[in-house]
Design a protein. Structure first.
Length: 279
């Protein structure tokens, strides 16, 4: 698999990281994106981001010949506790060897607070040698970053050494139902630093997440353009997750079996590998 592509641990929601990393290794994955996202994976707290935990994960990655460049730790950077929460994530990500921390920007009603403390947030990122990649959300709540057209004006107000963009294709489907997802995603390829490819399908109940190449959006076309540009991206495949008709996330009561997860992931990787040969 090309070094441009990581796989998010979100596919394995409900499993311990020793199981997750071993399974990813069996599937041929060496670039891992750790996902600590409220509502997407099993509950955790900021106090979990310890040096001991980082050491354990590093040992597991070394065992399987893996590394982590991207770390997903979504919070609202307009909150009063944003600096402390971001610091915990940047410290932990740096301990894992990651160079990028992916998070949301801020809900629109907190935009003033976000821009007021942007320099403080940038200093935290600089302290730990990481860059903050802001991601468009999927929950339908108006945000500082809703879609590709917001990117240029947003970055003009921020320190570009500290801030960049992680564009999530799947989130556009639920967050901005009035936009054309493929057009929006392709517009973002030249201005985002990193992408999440998150295939999804619309259902009568909302949105389900599926394997690469099986979604309603032409993720193959997006991935082709990213590969052509040499732009990095992650396969974020949260198979246990769903969104209701109001774009709010919910998760199956029980984790999917490893057999099902590995089957869907392996299928996704084979489709992507086939595509890579054509670019």
């Amino acid at each position: 698999m090309t070094g441009y592509v990581s796989v998010s641990t979100a596919a394995y929601d409900g499993y311990g990281f020793d199981t997750i990393l071993a399974s990813l290794s069996r599937c041929g994955v060496h670039q891992v994106e750790f996902a600590f996202i409220d509502g997407y994976v099993e509950a955790f707290t900021d106090s979990d981001f310890t040096n001991v935990f980082a050491d354990d994960l590093n040992n597991e990655m070394r065992r399987h010949g893996q590394e982590c460049r991207y770390f997903s730790g979504h919070i609202d950077l307009g909150g009063s506790d944003a600096a402390a929460r971001l610091e915990a994530r940047c410290r932990f990500a740096a301990a894992l060897g990651a160079s990028y921390v992916i998070t949301n920007a801020a809900t629109r009603d907190r935009s003033d607070a976000f821009f007021r403390q942007a320099d403080t947030l940038a200093a935290i990122a600089c302290q730990f040698g990481v860059r903050i990649l802001l991601e468009n959300p999927g929950n339908g709540v108006p945000n500082v970053l809703d879609h590709a057209s917001d990117v240029t004006a947003l970055l003009e107000r921020l320190d570009n050494d500290a801030f960049g963009i992680n564009y999530d294709v799947g989130n556009i489907v639920s967050h901005c139902p009035g936009r054309t997802p493929l057009s929006d995603a392709l517009a973002a390829t030249s201005i985002a630093d990193h992408f999440h490819i998150k295939p999804c399908i619309r259902t009568a109940e909302g949105i389900d997440f599926v394997a690469f190449g099986e979604g309603d959006v032409d993720d193959v076309k997006v991935a082709t353009e990213l590969l052509r540009q040499g732009k990095p991206f992650s396969l974020e495949l949260p198979f246990r997750l769903h969104r209701d008709t109001g774009a709010q996330p919910w998760r199956d009561e029980q984790p999917l079996s490893l057999e099902v997860i590995e089957s869907r992931l392996t299928h996704s990787l084979k489709e992507l590998a086939s595509l890579t040969k054509k670019v």
